[in-house]
Design a protein. Structure first.
Length: 246
């Protein structure tokens, strides 16, 4: 999968892209990445990427021409059919909220161009002509789209086959089909006793059926207590939901 990131702060991505899972995915050739400075596509001699809003009001607005030129450049970077299939995603608090379902849908794409807004956002005509989809990472306002692009990149990369050591771990995560759309059960590791708290006995029993039952009960209870709204959409059977009463 290929990602192009369009930003006026390309250095923002230096360290995060050089760490952990994303770095490995790039090394293994599962992900290819390019970060483009939108300023390089500005047409005037001051490399301006923003200007005052028509009609007045606060802040600055990102100009459409550098953004459009950067998108055209990014589309042309990938050969072999990928460029035609590229989807342009604008990170925006007004977009569709990112969740695990949307992540799975986007992870099936071959080429994503992630556009990071700044200031008051981007000129509406750029959005209308070039943006296929707007994605929000939550109902709050960031200073810029860069942290949101990183969140999206991280979340999609770990869904790509071969990226995690064990592909089942993404499938069984909280919100994922293996957890029926609910929260995952609690996890423990060594030592067996930590500050007087013991690992639940059943997890040491070696009885795989009993461990699976315990985990299911914990997952249903946890979902009901912490995120009751998820229970409606979660795929727990009536029998499993009755475990809540136990
Ligand atoms: N004036 C805009 C509004 O009221 O909708 C907010 C602009 S925000 C300060 C600047 C940029 O940060 C946005 O263009 C977008 O790229 C990014 N951004 C802010 N919050 C975001 C969120 N929750 N999800 C994704 N991107 C966000």
């Amino acid at each position: 999968m290929h990602f192009d990131i369009l930003t006026i702060f390309p250095d923002f991505f230096d360290s995060p892209l050089a760490q952990g899972m994303i770095r490995r995915a790039v090394q293994d050739g599962i992900v290819t990445l390019a970060v483009h400075n939108i300023r390089d596509f500005a047409e005037d001699r001051h490399a301006m990427t923003d200007d005052r809003p028509f009609g007045g009001g606060e802040g600055m607005v990102m100009k459409p021409e550098p953004l459009a030129a950067a998108v055209r450049h990014a589309r042309g970077q990938v050969t072999g059919g990928g460029s035609e299939a590229a989807k342009v995603l604008l990170l925006s608090p007004q977009g569709q909220s990112l969740n695990q379902e949307l992540a799975a849908e986007l992870a099936a794409e071959r080429h994503l161009i992630l556009v990071c807004g700044r200031y008051e956002g981007v000129d509406e005509r750029f959005r209308a002509s070039y943006v296929d989809r707007e994605v929000s990472i939550g109902d709050y306002i960031l200073t810029g789209g860069e942290p949101a692009a990183l969140v999206l990149l991280d979340c999609l990369t770990r869904l790509l086959p071969g990226v995690l050591g064990c592909d089942a771990s993404a499938a069984n995560d909280t919100f994922s089909p293996g957890s029926r759309g609910g929260l995952k059960y609690p996890q423990y590791t060594r030592p067996r006793v930590f500050e007087d708290r013991e690992v639940p006995e059943v997890l040491l029993s070696g009885d795989h059926a009993a461990i699976a039952d315990w985990r299911l009960v914990q997952a249903v209870r946890r979902t009901a207590r912490r995120r009751p709204e998820l229970l409606k959409a979660a795929d727990f059977t009536p029998a499993e939901l009755r475990l809540l009463a136990k």
